[in-house]
Design a protein around this ligand. Structure first.
Ligand code: SF4
Length: 944
């Protein structure tokens, strides 16, 4: 698509979570280039009605050309042997090389020897082409996606219970619900705009009850009327216990059960054993709370369940989904306004991937891979001899097969498995062992691109063109506002170019070898093919077209020919997609997590999301301000465990599971039960790592377990057993400073090369120095052994202490006997002197000054009067400075300290008044609203 060189406004869709918010991208011309001037929520989009969260509202900033220049893959690269670096090649050379290598491997070892691992961030059109390429042309079902990590248990649950993978609800059900049951989802962080809608619904209807089920007391739980802090993985027992009570109390909808379901007697027999006493014990909650939850769920006029990874990422993920759906079926809480089991998808187009059948065990248009008629329908439509019946390798088995040498070649698209899959030791060994690795990505420096034999640069948000489907089955257009960066191409275009070469080499797979299977020149033609494959299926969109999407905007499926609008709600007639039209009760007993805590690994590790980061941080990790809410990786431990283990905040600990070790600083949390800990899922080896001494870490997934659900094959990323012990690392280094926006990210990427040399390493960004066009870069290292002189010299060099810089002087303190060094670069201007860079080396005690030095540096404090006092090592700042604490409101840069100060100055004890004052005086919480749960919590704690 030709991109206009004139400033304009483009309607598109956010590329982060499954809420699928519409956005308006305003462009401008800067030095002859089209750049993004700003983004705002699309007031007409039915997902968000103009709102955007902290991630969505900063999307435009992540697409600035100085960021892209340092982070994007800009041209195809290839290496001919594993020992040589990749070199830039033409698109023709890269495409031919990939096609030839795949053809050779398929020729020698068969189609099962290759696989594709793609992404829920691809557009539906991209997904369609990859699926056709693998299942149609190559003749294997070895295509899986990172959506396997995200929602395959939800797919399996819907299919088992309803006969089809179709979320029955709409976002507008939030406004009709009388009880919202949030289970296994920190909606406030993971789906913020939906949480805004829940807050708004509660304001309109104060009677609306919110029940939250989670092992952690999350920001979502803080808003709950009833919070069930269950023990990890006990969800199935909880739901069976609720059903037991519903049966006992006669709260069931017998008429609905009789008319629209089957299998209830078996389930009834099963839940007989789930007595309130037994369930309260298994789940670690009170019988009273269990009773209240069951009563509210069953007797409300409309109960809506929202759930996400807390249910799905589990070895009993499918059972958790079906056990929850059982509750809806048994109480008739679906097929009506405000009711139903509503799975929230984590990724922007996980749904689109499901629709085109882009997973190893799915087939296009919600067809069944096991069904020979369905396979032949798809094969005929594609013009290939057959679609193989054998299900392909799903995510974990795919990497296991790669490590075992059964899979020879892998093509990874738009995802970073060397960060996101569990059990990273296996994943890194697999990529190391692979004969041929192709990585197709927009970003050049992910953990996975390091393994690429061929790197194919792809377009990303604001450059892509196609469609996505969000959690509520709503199809939205994704439109390009910018031209592709460098030589990047659309994902489908890259696939088509390689497929056309490959089909010549694999001609026997085509029904008619004289025509290409891949005559696609634009996304619309691809989408039209996908549409045709939905004809007569539950997701029929034959009445929809790109033109209609242009004219009418986002539309929910199904939308068959003749439809006037998309279907808001499914199963309103009580007829399901099963052979007899009845929904099925699934009677699966509760099973514990794959790993249990024991004397050796006594603590349960939970994982989850941060508010302002997205997945492996390839994009959000390029914008300094998105680190201000959670500046660095840490392990949250409960207050009780911290006391027992004698741990203090920020102290480094070894976190050890049966698979790996990662050193992390401690953060003491009141939201955790004893014997549980939490690490955010985003922290991969690109930001926190360590190798040497006892620790060999590549981020959080060094620790997590690869065990997966036997039906959905979704891994149990949410829980594993760990132990925590003091790290006591004697040697520490901390360096931080301001760098030009044009070089800061490159520096952060260069610093990763030091990670392998230390027991603990982390490098992140900080600050929002927009006026001076500077970005803060921070490095922390800790080691068991003294740092190598070459490493120290490299840090001095990277932080510019080895050359003189105009307008800057350096203050130095060295005690070689104790290996202590302090280097401060001071910037002089006519008005004041400020710190611009700092490097401190020594023991923990020698580095205590880093806290106040970083505050001076961040706040551009005038240090003219301080002289050599700046070189003092202690905790006490020579000139008092009030710590800002973390930034609560990212939109207006409002810190914890400002909020506390404002509360102290306000003469009111009414929480609503206090919140209003904060919003009026500081603006916090008045833009994207992502900080509102935290603000409300701060106000409540202050009043209490
Ligand atoms: Fe994007 Fe936030 Fe909307 Fe999710 S909730 S789609 S991250 S703006």
């Amino acid at each position: 698509m030709q991109i206009s060189s004139q400033p304009r406004t483009v309607k598109t869709t956010c590329c982060y979570c499954g809420v699928g918010c519409g956005m308006l991208v305003h462009t401008e011309t800067v030095a002859g280039r089209i750049e993004i001037k700003s983004v705002e929520g699309d007031p007409e989009h039915p997902a968000n009605f103009g709102r955007l969260c902290s991630k969505g509202s900063t999307l435009g900033l992540t697409a600035q050309s100085h960021i892209y220049a340092q982070t994007r893959a800009q041209a195809p690269e290839r290496r001919l042997t594993k020992d040589t670096p990749r070199e830039v090649v033409s698109w023709d050379e890269a495409s031919e090389h990939v096609a030839q290598r795949f053809a050779d491997i398929i020729e020698e070892h068969g189609p099962e020897s290759v696989g594709l691992y793609v992404s829920g961030q691809l557009l539906t059109e991209d997904y369609y082409i990859f699926n056709k390429l693998v299942k149609g042309l190559i003749g294997t079902n070895n295509i899986d996606t990172n959506s396997r990590l995200c929602m395959s248990s939800a797919v399996a649950g819907y299919k088992q219970s309803f006969g089809a993978d179709a979320p029955p609800c709409s976002y507008s059900d939030l406004e009709h619900a009388k009880v919202i049951f949030i289970t296994g989802s920190n909606t406030a962080f993971a789906h913020p705009i939906l949480f805004r809608r829940i807050e708004a619904a509660r304001e309109l209807n104060p009677e609306l009850k919110l029940i939250v089920v989670d092992p952690r007391h999350t920001e979502t739980a803080q808003m709950a009327d009833l919070f069930l802090q269950i023990l990890p993985g006990t969800d199935v027992a909880l739901y069976h216990g609720m059903l037991h009570l519903m049966l006992w109390e006669n709260w069931l909808d017998q008429q609905y059960i009789h008319a629209h379901t089957e299998g209830f007697s078996e389930l009834k027999n099963l839940v007989r054993d789930y007595t309130p006493k037994a369930v309260a014990e298994i789940c670690g909650i009170s019988e009273q709370d269990l009773h209240t939850a069951a009563k509210l769920f069953a007797t409300s006029a409309a109960t809506l369940s929202l759930y996400c990874q807390g249910l799905n990422q589990s070895t009993s993920g499918t059972d958790k989904n079906t056990a929850l759906i059982n509750l809806h079926l048994a109480t008739g809480q679906l097929g009506k306004a405000g009711a139903g089991p509503f799975s929230l998808t984590g990724q922007p187009n996980a749904m689109g991937g499901r629709e085109v059948g882009g997973l190893a065990n799915l087939l296009s248009g919600h067809r069944d891979l096991k069904n020979p008629v369905h396979r032949q329908e798809v094969a005929d439509f594609w013009g290939v001899t057959e679609v193989p019946s054998k299900p392909g390798l799903t995510a974990i088995p795919m990497f296991e097969a790669l490590r075992a040498g059964q899979l020879k070649a892998i093509w990874i698209v738009c995802t970073n498995p060397a960060q996101s899959l569990p059990d990273q030791t296996l994943v890194h060994a697999a990529l190391q062992h692979a004969e041929f690795v192709v990585v197709q990505d927009a970003y050049a420096h992910t953990a996975t691109t390091a393994y690429a034999d061929v790197l194919l640069p792809a377009t990303t948000w604001a450059e892509k063109d196609g469609t996505v489907t969000n959690s509520e089955r709503c199809i939205s257009r994704v439109r390009p506002a910018l031209a592709p960066f460098g030589q990047a191409r659309q994902d489908w275009e890259i696939a088509v170019a390689i497929a056309k070469r490959l089909e010549v080499k694999l001609a026997h797979r085509r029904q008619d070898a004289s025509t290409s299977l891949f005559e696609y020149t634009d996304p619309q033609t691809i989408w039209n093919d996908h549409r045709e494959l939905t004809r007569g299926r539950d997701l029929d969109i034959t009445g929809l077209s790109y033109a209609r999407l242009e004219a009418r905007g986002p539309t929910q499926w199904p939308y068959p020919i003749g439809a006037l609008k998309g279907r808001k709600r499914l199963y309103e007639d009580g007829v399901f997609q099963t052979p007899n039209g009845k929904a099925r009760f699934i009677a699966s007993p509760y099973r514990a997590t794959a790993e249990r805590t024991d004397a050796r690994y006594p603590i349960g590790l939970l994982t989850g999301r941060l508010r302002d980061q997205w997945h492996g941080m390839s994009r959000t990790g390029t914008l300094a301000r998105l680190f201000s809410h959670a500046p660095e990786a840490c392990i949250e431990v409960s207050t009780g465990d911290a006391q027992r283990l004698e741990l203090s905040d920020r102290e480094l600990v070894y976190v050890t599971s049966r698979r790996g070790v990662q050193v992390l600083p401690v953060q003491i949390s009141k939201g955790l039960r004893s014997s549980q800990a939490f690490i955010a899922m985003h922290w991969g080896g690109e930001f926190v790592s360590g190798q040497g001494g006892k620790a060999v870490g590549q981020g959080v997934n060094s620790l997590t377990i690869g065990a997966y659900d036997p039906i959905s094959e979704q891994p149990e990323l949410k829980f594993c057993a760990i132990k925590i012990s003091k790290a006591n690392l004697p040697w520490h280094l901390s360096a931080f400073g301001w760098f030009d926006d044009d070089t800061a990210l490159s520096l952060q990427i260069q610093l990763r090369a030091l990670f392998t040399k230390c027991t603990f390493s982390t490098a992140t960004l900080f600050g929002r120095d927009d006026a001076r066009h500077q970005t803060g870069v921070s490095l922390t290292l800790a080691n068991l052994e003294p740092f190598e002189p070459a490493l120290l010299e490299r840090v001095r060099e990277l932080f510019c202490f080895t050359q003189s810089t105009d307008g800057t002087s350096v203050m130095t303190y060295r005690d070689q006997r104790k290996s202590v060094e302090r280097l401060l670069a001071i910037e002089h201007s006519t008005e004041k002197k400020i710190l611009s860079r700092v490097m401190l080396t020594g023991s923990v005690v020698d580095l205590e000054a880093r806290i106040w030095l970083k505050q001076y540096l961040e706040t551009l404090t005038d240090i003219s009067a301080l002289g050599r006092k700046l070189l003092s090592p202690g905790k006490l700042a020579p000139q008092p400075i009030v710590p800002r604490g973390k930034i609560v409101c990212n939109c207006f840069d409002v810190s914890e300290q400002s909020i506390t100060q404002c509360l102290q100055q306000t003469a009111s004890s009414d929480p609503d008044d206090l919140l209003a004052v904060l919003q009026a005086k500081l603006d916090c919480g008045t833009n994207c609203g992502s900080c509102l749960p935290e603000l409300k919590n701060m106000v409540t704690s202050y009043v209490d």
